[in-house]
Design a protein around this ligand. Structure first.
Ligand code: SF4
Length: 293
């Protein structure tokens, strides 16, 4: 782990990454790809030490309340967060200044901050985005070795459901010839239905692979599933999109099931939902303005 002073924090989509690199060890992780030009080993986590200061400067000056998101490139609840509490500090600021928050994670450490999600959600809006990809715990321990299993993540979703904090599931990736089965899909969908998730983001029954990520993935396949990387190379060559042979049928099953249960199921509608601030926060800021005047 090493610390840096960042020059800026928010992307133009109001996302932030407090950490660069990740200790969860998912063998398919896209953030390892060379296109992101990381100058340090992926496991040597870069910590943007001044992230809370930068964030507070932004929140102080922004007049319009917006949703601030984190977790698209590295998990904000990876192991070092337990000690450093950087994500928690940022959530405290978001709560204090009346903004909305949305976090993508695979870790049950997020439960530590459920009080903050609750508080933000009462004032404006918070959304927990959780990845569920592998229902089989034995496989999950090989493919996502350093983070809690899908069954545990389902329990986390239930805790958020109890507090009426909305949740969205990232049901991606599905690894061809490993997890692209109807049984896996149905089990994860059952978890989502039972946990009352608002939406599910699933682009395809498949995954993406590119330079850097592909080599790491194939090495892991060679260690745990001998012969499988050769099969991938035969089927997909150097393709970016690597979809299951059963993609069309399983995607139909996915959309139909979500439709039956009133779950948002296209990426666009899920992203729109996550980014949208409810009117109540506009009302809250109006009251704050009236009080100040
Ligand atoms: S949790 Fe996300 S960022 Fe971390 S290794 Fe897994 S896929 Fe990559």
């Amino acid at each position: 782990m090493h610390f840096v002073q960042a020059k800026s924090l928010l992307t133009r989509w109001n996302g932030m990454n407090i950490y660069r690199g990740c200790s969860h060890g998912c063998i398919y992780c896209d953030s390892r790809s060379e296109c992101y030009q990381m100058k340090h080993p992926f496991e040597d986590i870069e910590v943007k030490e001044n992230a809370p200061v930068l964030l507070e400067n932004i929140l102080k000056t922004k007049r319009k309340k917006i949703m601030i998101s984190t977790g698209s490139m590295s998990d904000p609840y990876q192991h070092c967060e337990e000690k450093l509490g950087m994500t928690r500090k940022c959530l405290e600021l978001i709560d204090r200044y009346g903004f909305g928050a949305s976090v993508i994670t695979k870790s049950d450490l997020v439960l530590r901050d459920i009080d903050l999600f609750d508080s933000i959600n009462r004032k404006s809006k918070s959304v927990l985005q959780m990845s569920l990809t592998i229902a089989d715990d034995r496989l999950s321990k090989i493919i996502e070795p350093h983070v809690c299993t899908t069954a545990r993540r389902y329990e986390v979703l239930k805790e958020f459901q109890k507090r009426a904090i909305p949740t969205v599931v990232w049901m991606t990736p599905f690894l061809p010839l490993l997890t692209d089965t109807e049984e896996n899909l149905r089990t994860i969908l059952d978890y989502c239905i039972d946990a009352g998730v608002k939406g599910i983001i699933c682009f395809n029954i498949g995954m993406t692979l590119r330079q850097g990520d592909r080599e790491y993935y194939y090495k892991a396949l060679d260690r745990h599933f001998p012969g499988l990387s050769r099969e991938y190379q035969k089927r997909y060559g150097s393709a970016y999109e690597v979809n299951s042979a059963d993609n069309t049928r399983l995607m139909k099953l996915f959309h139909t099931t979500c439709e039956q249960h009133g779950i948002l199921h296209t990426p666009d509608e899920c992203f729109r939902y996550i980014a949208q601030m409810p009117e109540k926060s506009d009302q809250l800021s109006l009251f704050e303005d009236l009080e100040k005047s």
